[in-house]
Design a binder for this molecule. Structure first.
Ligand code: SF4
Length: 233
């Protein structure tokens, strides 16, 4: 992905502007009919909620990108910030704070003052899906925004994929066949363009409640990424 970024930079400032715009869908993105219907129903039922594609959180010049699955209905879809408002954010943000990828404190509100440091967070699917389950066509359709996100992050060194869907979405966005790198918790892969792809089970309540993932397991993944980033000058 880095080589693509460099090429764009050599073209014109306009290409950077358009790449930047393309990384965030509009509030009324019409591309996934089922999710658009769900969004409309939620706007009616919960008019005070965010109820729109949830934008990325964190600076575009970060070296680490965390990729999740999709906004939770009562989490990011309610608050408008990835992993904010439901259980999954607690483990994610506590771990990012512990390893210096965030500062402040996580209080499950978009206005809690938490800031990311050298880290950005997006979801593979930007709109909340019914039952937290996006369909394959929706994952594919929304991949254009993940692709644009990767392309505009000029200093990106590592991507942390939370779960198999995020792992597959990152590969697709990078134009890599899925069979080339299999999802496995704790695995790290050097992608052809030099990007480090790290896998973790998703930080969901289900995974932690069933013991598939615990805090120590997730901390080990994030600590490993932190150790592999280029030392700051
Ligand atoms: S999931 Fe992505 S592509 Fe589909 S409607 Fe939402 S923003 Fe658009």
């Amino acid at each position: 992905m880095k080589s693509k970024i460099k090429m764009e930079r050599h073209e014109s400032d306009m290409s950077l502007v358009s790449a930047s715009l393309a990384s965030e869908p509009g509030a009324d993105c019409p591309l996934c009919p089922r999710l658009v219907s769900y969004r409309a129903a939620n706007r009616q039922a919960y008019p005070a909620w965010f109820n729109a594609p949830v934008p990325g959180f964190g600076a575009r010049d970060a070296r680490l990108l965390v990729v999740g699955l999709a906004p939770g209905l009562k989490g990011a879809n309610r608050t408008g910030r990835p992993f904010t408002g439901d259980f999954a954010g607690t483990l994610l943000y506590e771990t990012l704070l512990r390893f210096g990828f965030a500062e402040g404190s996580y209080e499950a509100r978009a206005d809690d003052g938490l800031a990311l440091r050298d880290c950005r967070i997006v979801n593979a699917v930007r709109c909340a899906p019914p039952a937290n389950l996006p369909q394959p066509g929706e994952i594919n359709t929304c991949n254009r925004f993940l692709m644009a996100t990767l392309q505009e992050m000029a200093r990106l060194e590592a991507v942390l994929a939370l779960g198999v869907v995020a792992h597959g979405a990152v590969l697709k966005a990078c134009g890599i066949p899925p069979a080339r790198f299999r999802f496995r918790h704790g695995a790290t892969y050097q992608l052809p363009d030099g990007l480090l792809l790290a896998d973790s089970y998703h930080v969901s309540r289900y995974n932690t409640a069933t013991g598939r993932l615990n805090g120590a397991m997730f901390a080990a993944v994030v600590e490993d990424i932190a150790a592999r980033l280029t030392p700051r000058g």
